[in-house]
Design a protein around this ligand. Sequence first.
Ligand code: GDP
Ligand code: ZN
Length: 343
Amino acid sequence: MQTNAANTPAVADGTLLDGLIVERSRGHYRVETSAGLLICTIRGRLRKELTYAESTQARRNVRGVKVNERDPVAVGDSVRVAALGAGTGVIEAIVARAGAAFTRADPETGQRTFTTIAGLDQMILVFAAREPAPHLRLLDRFLVTAEAQNVEAVICLNKADQGVEPWLDARLAVYRALGYPVIKTSAATGAGVAELRARLVGRTSALLGPSGVGKSSLLNALEPGLGLRVSAVSEATSKGRHTTTGARLVPLAEGGYLADTAGIRALGLGEFGTASGSGAGKGASRVRLDRLFREFRPYLGACRYGNCRHLNEQGCAVLAALAAGSLDAERYDSYRRLTQGDE
Ligand code: GDP
Ligand code: ZN
């Protein structure tokens, strides 16, 4: 890691600053503060306290403490830093962890989960209008992931210059009615890019979508060179990184951050081209799926059986709403497939 001379803060030693961890590698943290970027270590005492706090919370796998020692804080965590001069500092405290904290199994032991990106608060789900053909089952799976993590989801239909067919417009209207913002963009003509840019300001977002839909093109339309900063650079270095350090936040000119592609891939959320390759089904399996289809929620208390799966049960309020036309049949079909493990 190198310090950017222009960003080296001129603060007195020991000054406490609020900061955001934007990158982590080999025990060092790159922390953005009001006074610029600082390369930080973490206070040993804090490391112990954190490890302790997390291991008492976890009912099982208390021996996973080793993982915590490696990864006490995550990219996206807000911290308080003591500046030590010369662009360095020490993390003294963690401020409350906000937004989603994504966890995954330790690739080495396959056991403990740990956080790789904290504070991700928005997923931009990108599809193309025609080429590649939009696959709305995948969209539903990713919306489930977003709901499970309490992350806002924005639907971005790129390549709008290719023309949006009436059936697709009708489907997009359904998602809009559910409260998911839909933005039509064209990286080619620039249409809708300002609207997308406005959505990113002040947030920590990730752009997700199948390859070929125009994610890199959109990034470059948002800011020159951004596509490279978010994807190519991190991909070139991701192999050399320690498995737990693949996450990085890329700052945006107007404020806000984008999570890099390598970090997102590490979470199993990268490309959603294959049926079982994404994290949607797996991530959602521990939570009740029905709650993750937001339009089902008004009906969930009303089924005859408390453990109703809304598949063929008597007295099911969800099925009744479906029959009455109050629920969208395609969305229900996505729910059924996910519940039955068809996909
Ligand atoms: P990614 O794999 O999602 O990052 O997609 P790319 O950004 O590499 O784009 C894939 C292809 O789609 C490239 O040939 C782009 O030039 C093209 N493309 C990207 N955005 C648009 C768009 O808005 N309209 C049209 N017509 N083509 C686009
Ligand atoms: Zn039911």
